[in-house]
Ligand binder design. Structure first.
Ligand code: O7E
Length: 215
C-alpha cells in the first residue's frame, strides 16, 4: 500500500452508485479504500474486484475463526482483488499465522483496541498482547483507536515495526492530527468523507491536515 496522503477511506456507503461516485471523487487523494460488510452485502462480493481497479482494497471482514475458515475467507478475498485484509487477534496464534500464510504477501492488519467506548471493556485489556502476537505472526500492521491517541503510542511500543491504521476520526470524535502525532501511519475515515456533501473537499482537507504535520 502506498504511503502518500496516509488517508484510507472506509467506504461503508450502502447506496452502490453513490459509493462508486465517492470513490471516483477521492481516489486521487486516498492511499487505499477499506470495505466492510455494509457495502459487500449491498453490492455483492464482485464490488471487491470493481473497486480494486480504482484503488488498493482492504477487506475489513474482521476475520475471527478457526485457521481453516480464516484461510478460506482470505483466499476468496485475495482472488477477488483484495490487497489487504483485517483480522481479529483474540482467536490466537494459530489462526493469525494461518491468516498471514493465506494472504500470501498481501497485508494483514490485526485489530487491537477498538475505537468505540465498548472497546475499553475487553479489547483494551489485551491490546498490547494482541500487538506483540501480531508482530510474532508476521502481520503487516495493527488497528488502533484514533479516539484514544495515547493508546496508539502504547500499542505501537508493543510492536514497533508494524504499521498502525487508526479509525475513529471525525464521526467518532478522534482527530487525524492527534492520531498521526501519536504514531498512526494511516488514518481510516468513513462518514466524515462519504457522508459529506463534498467528499472530495472533505478528503482533501484531511490529507492537507496530515501533510501539514511535515513528514
Ligand atoms: O466512524 P467512521 O464512519 O469514520 O468509520 C470507521 C470505520 O472503521 C468503520 O468501517 C468501522 O467499522 C471501522 N472501525 C472502527 O471504527 N473502529 C475500530 O476499532 C475498528 C474498525 C475497523 O474497521 O477495524 C478495522 C479498521
Amino acid at each position: 500500500m502506498k504511503m502518500d496522503s496516509r488517508l484510507i477511506l472506509a467506504l461503508d456507503e450502502t447506496d452502490v452508485p453513490k459509493a462508486l461516485h465517492v470513490l471516483d471523487e477521492v481516489c486521487g487523494i486516498i492511499d487505499a479504500v477499506k470495505i466492510n460488510w455494509p457495502l459487500i452485502l449491498s453490492a455483492g462480493p464482485e464490488i471487491i474486484t470493481t473497486l480494486s481497479q480504482k484503488a488498493d482494497v482492504i477487506c475489513d471482514f474482521k476475520i475471527a475463526d478457526i485457521p481453516n475458515t480464516d484461510r478460506l475467507i482470505i483466499e476468496q478475498s485475495v482472488k477477488r482483488g483484495a490487497s489487504g485484509v483485517i483480522v481479529h487477534a483474540f482467536t490466537g496464534t494459530d489462526s493469525l499465522k494461518e491468516c498471514v500464510s493465506a494472504a500470501g504477501g498481501r497485508d494483514v492488519f490485526v485489530v487491537t483496541e477498538m475505537s468505540h467506548p465498548g472497546g475499553q471493556e475487553f479489547t483494551a485489556k489485551h491490546a498490547e498482547e494482541f500487538a506483540a502476537m501480531a508482530a510474532e505472526c508476521g502481520a503487516s500492521g495493527l488497528i488502533a483507536p484514533a479516539t484514544r491517541p495515547e493508546r496508539i503510542k502504547k500499542i505501537k511500543e508493543s510492536a514497533p515495526g508494524l504499521l498502525i491504521l487508526s479509525p475513529g476520526v471525525g464521526a467518532q470524535g478522534g482527530s487525524a492530527s492527534n492520531a498521526v502525532l501519536n504514531g498512526a501511519d494511516y488514518v481510516i475515515v468513513g462518514r466524515s468523507i462519504y457522508g459529506s456533501s463534498d467528499p472530495k473537499d472533505a478528503a482533501q482537507k484531511l490529507a492537507d491536515e496530515i501533510k501539514a504535520l511535515r513528514f
